[in-house]
Design a protein around this ligand. Structure first.
Ligand code: ZN
Length: 62
């Protein structure tokens, strides 16, 4: 199941490509037209347009 349709705030996800810090665990901060993520290793926050996020999304971890 690769769809991110059911994602919600506080879910932990993996992206297809790891963050430069080496981690691939992200907390979902906000889901909507924009998806906002926080890297669980280094704390960096990133936001993507929904369509961009769909391309990067890999799986839900929790
Ligand atoms: Zn990071």
């Amino acid at each position: 199941m690769k769809s991110s349709k059911n994602l919600k705030e506080n879910d932990i996800i993996a992206l297809k490509k790891a963050h430069p810090c080496g981690s691939n665990r992200w907390a979902v901060l906000k889901v909507g037209m924009q998806v906002k993520l926080e890297c669980l290793n280094c704390g960096k926050k990133m936001s993507f347009a929904r369509r961009e996020f769909e391309k990067r999304y890999k799986s839900i971890l929790k």
